[in-house]
Design a protein around this ligand. Structure first.
Ligand code: ADP
Ligand code: MG
Length: 561
């Protein structure tokens, strides 16, 4: 029996097309929104019970999602607070009136009032992206409330009538439109539910799984099975990032990593993020093992808002150089459903970015201080992050310069200050600059390395994918220091040393060998030196000016200036 007919009050005449087209870029979001609402309603009843405002039995609180392929409906049912007909009019009909906001206002004092997900007042209407008719069948928790039903076909008119729910809570029934029938496929729905709801705080039940359990043998002696239907809970309601770090073991962190990225290699270490002020953010970031560039995977950080998955596009929120980390970040303070440029300009997002950078730097510094040896062992895996960070982020550079390591050709590790101390006495050029020698290909530059070492100079290995940029950054940051490739014509420019380099050739012979080489190479940028360290080693070296070489390399890479 229809009790009332009316018109939904909206400010914009054609709000539905706007919602359908522009609010959410992705149709599948409807499920996130409706399940979030069901979770919100469930959290609210729990909240009311704990405040003593609801004295009935809570029951086995969960949210159920089911599909009826024949009727072409998807139903989302909860045992939350439900709604009276009045509340439907207030919270549903008034588009953009956020009931959640009001609820927050009322229960501001309550400790975990921020467990309420919604705050935009538009989520419900995302249902019309996939449904041409939506029904609400609900019974409020309030004593003496009567069940109510609301039906809307996506136009601006609605109907409210008596409902038939006999227990507290709400069913949202979506009559799926022909273009959206993919969502009637169980696997598709399960996939979306898992994606957005994997860590929701209330159990989400979806479909029924048939389980066959052995039950003795039949008359012919064949094993007998009984089939039972087991409801499938698709989520983990208390993921580790919601817990206190002090309650967690290494195994908990590793298990969670496996839950997020099945079949991945174990991470190196992790950072538990947990901050309340000036913004709220929790999460766990993992450093994956990265052996080479090809393994670098971006977008492995999942962004959540109160345990609802939002996106794995965390650019702008996570500093660029940490985009290679894995893990989760949960923050209700990151504006959702807004454009990228807005996000970049958002004050909280900037603060979050800085906070993450600082936490990562602190963690690395802590590992370095606690156990230098194990830090050195991890260096191969983390050096890429650290160098990327040092190149791209001033603040990170300032922290990392204390723990970033340099590796020499003998696999010895030094911090930047340690290295300067090590080489400054010997490797200074005539202008007083400290020269760091490096090799980007120790195998091919072996002879040059040997020559440098004969003079007791040290040679660094700089053959990583970012090392060219890292070298440029070091030169810019380090005072009075230059980096030169070991095969550049630098060795003889360093301050005279007492190494007696004996030449097996006479001065005359040297001169003609030099001329011969120069003519053969016929390249003005190359230097030929004849010195011959000993008869069994190379008597001639060909070197190039470091600056000329860098220019050449750059033009080879197509990055001409
Ligand atoms: P928001 O969740 O941001 O408030 P929505 O459009 O998603 O906005 O929902 C509007 C309001 O409708 C909610 O705040 C809530 O008051 C009410 N509502 C929606 N779904 C339910 C539900 N399953 N149970 C109880 N109330 C609901
Ligand atoms: Mg909502």
């Amino acid at each position: 029996m229809i009790q009332e007919k009316g018109t939904i009050s909206i400010h914009t005449e054609n709000i539905f097309p706007i919602i359908k087209k522009f609010l959410y870029s992705d149709n599948e979001i409807f499920l996130r929104e409706l399940v979030s609402n069901a979770v919100d309603a469930t959290q609210k009843i729990k909240r009311l019970a704990s405040l003593g405002e609801f004295n009935g039995t809570l029951g086995d609180l969960k949210v159920q999602v089911s599909v009826d392929k024949e009727a072409k409906t998807i139903t989302i049912s909860d045992m939350g607070i439900g709604m009276t007909a009045e509340e439907i009019k207030k919270y549903i009909n008034q588009v953009a009136f956020s009931g959640a906001t009001e609820f927050m206002e009322q229960f501001r004092e309550a400790k975990d009032a921020n467990e309420i997900i919604g705050k935009f007042g538009l989520g419900f209407y995302s249902a019309f992206m996939v449904a041409d008719k939506v029904e609400i069948n609900t019974l409020s928790y309030r004593e003496g409330a009567s069940a109510a039903r609301w039906i809307c076909d996506g136009s601006t008119s609605f109907e409210i009538s008596e409902g038939d729910r006999t227990n507290r809570g709400t069913d949202i029934i979506l009559h799926i439109n022909p273009e959206s029938e993919e969502f009637l496929e169980e696997y598709r729905l399960r996939e979306i539910l898992k994606k957005y709801g994997q860590f929701l705080p209330v159990p989400i039940q979806f479909g029924m799984r048939t389980e066959r359990t052995p039950d003795g043998e039949d008359e012919e002696g064949k094993p007998k099975f009984i089939e039972t239907e087991v409801p499938d809970i698709i989520n983990n309601t208390s993921p580790i990032w919601t817990k206190a770090p002090s309650d967690l073991t290494d195994e908990d962190y590793l298990n969670f990593y496996r839950e997020l990225y099945p079949f991945s290699e174990e991470p190196l270490f992790w950072i538990h993020l947990n901050v309340d002020y000036p913004f709220t953010l929790t999460g766990v970031l993992y450093f994956p093992k990265v052996k080479n560039e090809l393994e670098l995977q971006r977008n492995k950080i999942k962004l959540f808002s109160r345990q609802v998955f939002i996106t794995d596009e965390v650019k702008d929120i996570v500093p660029e150089f940490l985009m290679l980390l894995h893990g989760v970040i949960d923050s209700p303070d990151i504006p959702l459903n807004v454009s990228r440029s807005f996000l970049q300009a958002d004050g909280n997002v900037k603060k979050i970015n800085n906070y993450i950078t600082k936490k990562v730097a602190d963690k690395l510094s802590e590992l370095f201080k606690a156990d230098r040896k194990s830090f050195e062992e991890k260096w191969k895996d983390v050096n890429l992050f650290v160098k990327y960070g040092m190149i791209s982020d001033e603040k990170f550079y300032d922290k990392a310069k204390e723990f970033a390591l340099l590796e020499n050709v003998h696999q010895q590790y030094f911090t930047l200050p340690e290295y300067t101390d090590k080489v400054k006495a010997e490797q200074t050029d005539k202008s007083g600059k400290v020269i760091w020698l490096y090799s980007n290909d120790p195998a091919r530059q072996h002879t040059y390395i040997t020559q440098a070492e004969k003079r007791s100079y040290d040679v660094l290995t700089m053959n990583g994918p970012l090392d060219n940029h890292f070298i440029a950054q070091l030169e810019q940051k380090l005072e009075n220091t230059a980096l030169k490739r070991v095969d550049s014509d630098v060795l003889d420019k360093l301050i005279e040393k007492d190494v007696k380099i004996e030449c097996v050739l006479s001065e005359e012979q040297s001169a003609s060998v030099k001329t011969l080489f120069e003519q053969t190479i016929a390249n003005g940028t190359m230097n030929v030196q004849v010195e011959g360290l000993s008869p069994d080693e190379m008597p001639v070296t060909v070197t190039m000016d470091e600056f000329m070489r860098r220019m050449k390399d750059m033009s080879k890479m197509g990055g001409g200036m």
